[in-house]
Write a protein that binds this ligand. Structure first.
Ligand SMILES: O=C(O)CCC(=O)C(=O)O
Length: 287
């Protein structure tokens, strides 16, 4: 399947991500898609499905692997407004490690919380298991999340907070006593159609949602193909004729020939590599 080629990533934005550990890409989805994504998310959450369900503390709910649960999420897999920047920051040898729907309820006035309190402030880097195995000084940029927010965006909506520049700081993050956020933490200035990119080393936390409405987000996490999926395998999606080779790679196509025989390591990255070569003649950036 051929689709129009997107613009190459802006080098200044790649440099800003290297420096800050996060980046906002404006107008990454259309209002129509956003509405459909929100509807599909609420449908899933209203159902009794347990496979991939991710319920946690303080009423948080969600799913891992939503791209395999409703086709509405599929346009996010290789979103042309986002993928060039992700490839520019990682390499073409990547796949989608997770598509994670997160429902965060609003905290009622005076409501008790168990996280995002001084004793458990909730600031973290992603990929804790890799950090345990390798040590926090040695963790490189492994993966990038593209976070889309599907509910009303207001200052009290509880968007993800980030600590600018913290991808270079092994931590632990320093939060003053009695507080729940480090002093330079920010809530990114996002519009409804924007996407927030941040990497595994960026210190971040879900903000406090006191808006009176649930906060809905979908986080698409892209990482190198040699990192394990966090979602259940979506083998059926790779058979779909309405998806292209780029999507198939991102959905986990292995290093195999068309007849199923084994080919050389990394061959499964050919689709994004060829796409990237056409999008951008400069070599993929690595950090
Ligand atoms: O829900 C959020 O805003 C934060 C989510 C988060 O911390 C994560 O995905 O690692």
């Amino acid at each position: 399947m051929t689709r129009p080629l997107p613009a190459p990533p802006d080098p200044d934005r790649l440099a800003a991500f290297d420096r800050d550990g996060y980046l906002i890409l404006r107008d990454a989805i259309s209002p129509e898609l956003r509405e459909k994504l929100a509807e599909a998310s609420l449908r899933l959450l209203a159902g009794d499905r347990t496979a991939g369900r991710d319920r946690s503390t303080d009423g948080k709910d969600g799913f891992r692997g939503v791209v395999a649960m409703d086709d509405v999420f599929l346009p996010l897999v290789a979103n042309p407004a986002v993928l060039p920047t992700i490839v520019g920051l990682l390499s073409p040898n990547l796949h989608l490690m997770s598509s994670n729907l997160i429902f965060m309820p609003s905290i009622p006035p005076g409501g008790k919380r168990t996280i995002r309190v001084p004793a458990r402030h909730g600031w973290h880097r992603d990929m804790a298991a890799a950090t345990r195995d390798l040590g926090r000084e040695k963790i490189p940029r492994f993966a990038i999340k593209a976070a889309y927010y599907l509910s009303d965006i207001t200052p009290d909506a509880g968007l993800t907070m980030v600590l600018p520049g913290s991808s270079h700081d092994p931590g632990p993050v320093s939060v003053p006593q009695g507080a729940i956020d480090p002093p330079r933490a920010i809530t990114p200035d996002l519009g409804p159609l924007d996407v927030l990119l941040f990497e595994n080393r960026t210190w971040h936390a879900g903000g406090l949602n006191t808006s009176g409405r649930p906060r809905l987000a979908v986080m698409m996490q892209y990482g190198y193909r040699w990192l394990a999926d966090l979602d259940d395998p979506a083998l059926h999606l790779r058979e779909r004729t309405d998806l292209g080779d780029v999507e198939r790679q991102l959905l986990g196509a292995p290093d195999r020939n068309e007849d199923g025989s084994v080919t050389h390591e990394g061959a499964g990255a050919r689709a994004v590599q060829q796409w990237w070569d056409r999008v951008n003649q400069t070599p993929a950036h690595s950090s």
